[in-house]
Design a protein around this ligand. Structure first.
Ligand code: SF4
Length: 299
């Protein structure tokens, strides 16, 4: 694809066009020399739809380790002997202290995150709902939760407590998923996201790259996120965890990471795209790449 065609495609998106899979495939096959133009055009789209404001969110690891699931990248899985700290659900007071700290640091959204396929028993959901209720009463920060698989009963209680946003990652493409996790299915994950949407929650749903997937998997994954109508897409880049099955997975090339982020912006022009885990380690100085391009374009 020529540079002029990349630019025309970006303009079409700004004018309301939805990128097709074929368009995305062509963009993913551009020559190395055209990468700067792809980043520049992704940044134009970002600037048009999202402006120059940054949305900061913060999470608390509210329950850690001993997860029954076998996601091959995850330190929290009880299937592997990692060095992760294990502890049960934090007390309500700690959940609220975490929100105070997040608010003081400038975050606008606070996610309560628990390890495990879902939460169950011991009043866990009730404790989380109490914390959410108090956060809504204070009104300082938007509460979000990432509690694994959602049931209609859980969704109803969370909604009544005032939860605004539910986070549940799809992680990767449907094709790759069975190689990454065998204890639950892609369909299970899709069902939770659809359920969260049906209860009116904003949905934060993304995944992780560097699992051995092809570029086509990433595109399919992005198109699935678009189909689902997620509000926000957190993108993570594998930092291999010792003693997990992916501990020796080779790192992604930083330019490939930038290209992936740019392609997601072309496919998801209006969503919040959050560059999350692995950003510092893999991108280092290139983290400022999009901003630097923007400053050039502003001149
Ligand atoms: S379900 Fe979540 S916490 Fe459990 S192993 Fe998978 S990614 Fe980790």
């Amino acid at each position: 694809m020529l540079n002029i065609q990349i630019s025309q495609l970006a303009q079409k998106i700004i004018d309301g066009y939805e990128l097709t899979y074929e368009d995305a495939l062509k963009l993913s096959q551009i020559k190395e020399a055209a990468l700067e133009d792809l980043l520049f055009c992704a940044d134009r789209i970002r600037k048009y739809f999202k402006g120059n404001s940054i949305h900061l969110c913060s999470i608390i690891n509210a329950k850690s380790g001993r997860c029954s699931e076998d996601c091959r990248f995850c330190a929290q899985s009880g299937h592997y002997h990692t060095q992760v700290k294990e502890y049960p659900l934090l007390e309500e007071e700690k959940l609220l202290e975490g929100a105070e700290a997040a608010n003081a640091a400038g975050a606008s959204c606070y996610g309560i995150v628990t390890s495990g396929r879902t939460i169950w028993g011991n009043g866990e959901l009730e404790r989380i709902c109490l914390a959410i209720r108090q956060l809504r009463e204070k009104g300082e920060i938007t509460p979000s939760a990432s509690l694994g698989e959602l049931t209609p009963q859980m969704a109803k209680k969370l909604k009544e407590a005032g939860l605004v946003r539910y986070h549940h990652n799809l992680e990767t493409s449907e094709r790759i998923f069975p190689r990454i996790c065998t204890t639950h299915s892609y369909q299970d994950r899709l069902a939770t996201i659809r359920l969260a949407k049906s209860y009116g929650f904003e949905v934060c749903c993304g995944g992780i790259f560097g699992l051995g997937e092809e570029m086509e998997d990433r595109l399919q994954f992005a198109f699935t996120l678009r189909e689902l109508g997620v509000n926000s897409a957190p993108l993570n880049f594998l930092v291999p965890i010792p003693d997990t099955p992916l501990e020796h997975q080779p790192p992604l090339n930083p330019r490939e990471i930038l290209q992936t982020i740019a392609l997601f912006r072309f496919i998801l022009p209006q969503q919040d795209i959050k560059v999350c885990g692995g950003r510092e380690k893999h991108l280092r100085d290139l983290q400022s790449c999009f901003c630097r391009r923007q400053r050039h374009s502003d001149r």
